[in-house]
Design a protein around this ligand. Structure first.
Ligand SMILES: [Ca+2]
Ligand SMILES: [Ca+2]
Ligand SMILES: [Ca+2]
Length: 262
């Protein structure tokens, strides 16, 4: 059932993993090993810097606190005990796109201008949508001095036939046109774990329908944040309700020349 939440081909890989390691994982849960220990023991939680991933309280076996080296030694013992030493599962083999975001640039960006036509994987959920992914001179937020093309992706281009003035100049020049950029960690990108993911009784296909999409966004929701939000929260139902308001949305509401500039 768990693998059924994932789209093909991930469901197949998941089923293989469950058939190989499922009984041992269930035994570990029954023996009250923490999720951190289990995840590290099967090599699914690790980082390129070698730091271990720890979100939960220390295992009881280690007392109230533990150093990183103590934890690593403990995980080694658990690997040995459950014969996980030869597990070669790597989350990046399984979901390579999600691991190809270490530089925080869009994974899908044909013209390398740092703007994408794809929403997830650091795409246009994170920054304005590229309206021409074959031309790196066309992207949101740039100065638009071409009267024939919408170089800045705000939807405005061409010349007013009655005044012979480019629309971009006629409508936007001197209007205080501006976008918004936020530099920060996941907190500024509206990181959240949908509560339903953590409550066993709420396990359902409906609650996990957006699992892959959320994973592609690293459980961040910049498209719903106070600063760059621009999507309807109802798209993320049933986890999120209510209206979305943001600095970008207000900038755009006041001046459509700001469209896509976030
Ligand atoms: Ca692009
Ligand atoms: Ca482009
Ligand atoms: Ca334009």
């Amino acid at each position: 059932m768990v693998c059924g939440y994932l789209p093909s081909p991930y469901d197949c890989t998941c089923s293989t993993l469950i058939s190989l390691y499922g009984p041992k994982l269930i035994k570990m849960l029954e023996d009250k090993y923490t999720p951190d220990v289990i995840c590290n023991a099967i090599n699914m939680c690790n980082s390129e810097s070698g730091e271990t991933c720890r979100l939960f309280p220390a295992p009881k076996a280690l007392g109230a606190s533990m150093s990183p080296s103590q934890f690593n030694e403990y995980v080694k013992d658990v690997k040995k005990k459950f014969d996980f030493s030869n597990v070669t599962v790597n989350i990046c083999d399984w979901l390579p796109q999600a691991c190809n975001i270490g530089d925080h640039k869009p994974v899908f960006d044909d013209d390398n201008d740092l703007f994408s036509t794809y929403d997830g994987l650091r795409g246009h959920n994170w920054r304005g949508k590229d309206c021409d992914d074959t031309h790196n001179g066309v992207f949101p937020g740039r100065l638009d001095d071409d009267i024939a093309t919408d170089n800045n992706c705000n939807g405005i281009f061409g010349v007013d036939p009655t005044t012979n003035i480019p629309y971009e100049k006629q409508w936007c020049e001197g209007t205080g046109q501006m976008g918004i950029a936020i530099l920060g960690d996941s907190a500024t990108a509206h990181f959240r774990i949908p509560p339903n993911y953590l409550v066993a009784k709420n396990l359902s296909f409906a609650n996990f329908a957006g699992l892959l999409r959320n994973a592609e966004n690293e459980l961040d929701f910049p498209m719903l944040s106070w600063s760059t939000g621009h999507q309807l929260a109802s798209q993320y139902a049933p986890d999120i309700e209510g209206p979305v308001d943001s600095i970008y949305m207000r900038l755009r509401e006041n001046n459509l020349c700001n469209h896509n500039d976030y």
